[in-house]
Design a protein around this ligand. Structure first.
Ligand code: SF4
Length: 118
């Protein structure tokens, strides 16, 4: 059985990688269209219509709160839904933030970050 990793809410994934949102994401969460940058037509695809991060004068995604929780968690973009505390992106983000890698959870498979962040 694969190890389960428990997110410690470091927020690295919300401040290290470019974050794009789709047209469907913006329909689900209207704040995306009002707060993100709508990309020029020649640059955008339907999946990457809005640039949420980076944006001028922001050091994190604008929806990242001071406690590292997502302000729009229940309606966050699909790219954020796919980001898990396993795989390659999470370790890469943590390394860029000079954070130690997550260790496998001792609380079992039900203690992942979804239940902690909802
Ligand atoms: S929308 Fe939420 S989960 Fe996605 S990068 Fe921003 S703060 Fe993080």
């Amino acid at each position: 059985m694969a190890a389960d990793y428990e997110c410690d809410l470091c927020g690295a994934g919300c401040r290290v990688f470019p974050i794009y949102a789709s047209v469907a994401d913006a329909v689900r969460e209207p704040r995306i269209a009002s707060e993100a940058r709508c990309r020029e037509a020649w640059l955008a695809s339907p999946e990457q219509r809005y640039q949420i991060y980076p944006l001028p004068f922001l050091e994190t995604c604008s929806f990242l709160q001071a406690d590292n929780r997502c302000e729009i968690y229940s309606t966050r973009p699909d790219v954020c839904r796919r980001f898990q505390p396993v795989g390659t992106q999470c370790p890469e983000a943590r390394q860029k933030m000079q954070l130690p890698l997550l260790k496998p959870s001792e609380r079992g498979p039900s203690s992942n970050f979804r239940s902690d962040r909802a």
